[in-house]
Structure formats: structure tokens, C-alpha cells
Design a protein around this ligand. Structure first.
Ligand code: 13P
Length: 287
């Protein structure tokens, strides 16, 4: 069931669990995430970066494919399709394309400009019954060409952005996209707590979900994180399973070259990651 992310994240913040944003790259990814959410009775957010949308043929293609699949597979759990780290123009494109939720990432702008543009986007999102995520303090690392410095957000700035009326807020707390380096300092829980105190129950978003230790995930959820984004982990799992299939020579046996066979182990591996995340984040059974 296609919806915006308002109710699912309000419920998650209130009951102290997190909804997974699983970033998608193609049809197999979308199907794996949707069917696992349905099997586990979990709400789901499908994340789409500008780069992934370009790869799949544009925002309209992705939105139409996901919506049609949601319907054909008779998915009854709530599913939002959400633009990840959108620029101003990408947000406008997703409003047109039929997304149900957008992230406007103005974290790299001077703060006043982030405020002004976020405000504009909130009004547009409201008008179109969409939810809006904003960001303060750039998430580190690189994701589909979006490069962030890994800042730690200023809690006062988070409050200013939250007070504009955003539906959920991503605050940089030392998290980064991609695999964490060995010398990573961990999440800054002092800042997370200050942000949570100042924004009074607003669902907070943790980007860079790949590779964060379980105890840190649980602590972040206990402090108000209600959405956790996962991208790289599914990519690594897909690649490893596909590699294994090919290295075993399975593509050269019988009709093993058929894409429905060749891509099946990778899709199953994505399903396994989704299942693990729904359980770890506590969203299983909460649809
Ligand atoms: P990872 O790729 O580190 O899981 O991060 C995903 C993310 O934050 C998407 O915005």
C-alpha cells in the first residue's frame, strides 16, 4: 500500500523502533524489499537516489514500477517511495513523478539558504500530500556522487529546521555512507540526545546504516531515531551472492545463464539483509 511516511514514522518514534529505508537499484531490489516487508508485516521506505533513478530510466520510471509492483504483488503493509538526498530540482521532479516522500538535502548550503529552501519544499510537499525529510550537518562519505564532510550537526540549527515543520530530520552525528573505516569514532550520542530533546519527539533519521554496531543502533533508536537508511549492505550482499554463483560455474550449467536464475541468489541475499534489518530495527510485525 503506497503512502507517505508520516504515520509510519510517527508510530515508530512513539513506540521506539525504526523503519528501514532500503535503497533500490533495479526491479530485483524493489521486489526483494517489498516481498520481505510483506512477509514480515513491516512498514518500509524505498529509498531512491538521483543516481539510482537515472540508472533505472528516470524518477517517473521508478515510481511507476514500484507502484505497479506494490499493486500487482498485493502488498498491504505501508510503503513509502522516498527521494534520498534530493537537490532542489530533483525534489521538483519527484513531486511530478508520483513519489510519496522527498528528502531535500540542503546541508551543504550556508544555513540560511538551507532554511529558506527547506521551507519552500515543505510547502510544496504539503500541497502534494508528501512527507519531507531535511538534513542538518552533512553525512560523511560518498553516495551516488553526493559527497558529505561527515559534520556533526549543531543542535540549535536542528531545532530551527525542525520548527519549520519538517516531517523527519537527518542530523549528522558522525555517521557516514558506505563501509566505516577501522578508526571510526562511532556515533555522537551526546549530540543525538541534544537534538532529540530540542526537537521534542520529531522522528530522527540515521543515514549510513551499513556496518553500525548493533548496540549503537539500539541506543540511537532509544534516543529517538525512527528511520535508518541502508544501501551499501544490500549492494555488498548482492555482489557476494552473484560472485559465488558465477564462481561455482552455475551460469554455465543448463539454463543457469537465464537472468531469472543468475540474479536469484543476489535477490535472496537482499531479502536476507532486509529481514535482518526489520528484526534489528524492531519494525517487524508493526505494519
Ligand atoms: P549506507 O550505504 O552506508 O548503508 O547508507 C545509506 C544511506 O544513508 C542512504 O541515504
Amino acid at each position: 500500500m503506497f503512502v507517505n511516511a508520516k504515520e509510519m514514522l510517527k508510530k515508530a518514534a512513539k513506540e521506539r523502533y525504526a523503519v528501514a529505508q532500503i535503497n533500490i537499484n533495479n526491479l530485483e531490489w524493489t521486489k526483494a524489499a517489498l516481498t520481505t516487508a510483506q512477509e514480515m508485516n513491516s512498514p518500509l521506505i524505498l529509498g531512491v537516489t538521483g543516481g539510482a533513478a537515472k540508472y533505472m530510466g528516470g524518477f517517473s520510471t521508478v515510481a511507476a514500477m514500484a507502484a505497479a509492483m506494490d499493486k500487482s504483488l498485493k502488498i498491504t503493509v505501508p510503503v513509502a517511495i522516498h527521494l534520498d538526498h534530493g537537490s532542489y530540482d530533483e525534489c521538483l521532479a519527484c513531486i511530478d513523478a508520483g513519489f510519496t516522500s522527498i528528502m531535500f538535502d540542503g546541508s551543504h548550503f550556508p544555513f540560511e539558504e538551507n532554511v529558506a529552501k527547506t521551507k519552500e519544499m515543505i510547502a510544496l510537499a504539503r500541497k502534494n500530500n508528501m512527507t519531507l525529510e531535511a538534513e542538518v550537518g552533512a553525512i560523511g562519505g560518498e553516495e551516488d556522487g553526493v559527497i558529505g564532510a561527515g559534520d556533526v550537526a549543531d543542535p540549535a540549527e536542528c531545532k530551527t529546521i525542525a520548527d519549520l515543520g519538517v516531517d523527519f530530520l537527518a542530523a549528522g552525528i558522525g555517521n557516514i555512507h558506505g563501509v566505516y573505516p577501522d578508526n571510526w569514532a562511532g556515533l555522537n550520542f551526546d549530540v543525538l540526545k541534544q537534538v532529540a530533546d530540542l526537537t521534542g519527539g520529531l522522528p530522527l533519521v540515521l543515514h549510513g546504516g551499513t556496518g553500525i554496531p548493533i548496540e549503537m543502533i539500539q541506543k540511537a533508536i532509544s534516543l529517538g531515531v525512527a528511520k535508518i537508511n541502508v544501501n551499501t549492505e544490500c549492494q555488498l550482499a548482492f555482489a557476494a551472492a552473484t560472485r559465488k554463483y558465477i564462481e561455482a560455474g552455475s551460469d554455465q550449467k543448463g539454463k543457469g545463464f537465464d537472468p531469472r536464475k543468475l540474479l536469484a541468489p543476489g535477490a535472496d541475499a537482499i531479502k536476507a539483509v532486509c529481514k535482518e534489518k526489520f528484526e534489528l530495527f524492531g519494525s517487524a510485525g508493526k505494519a
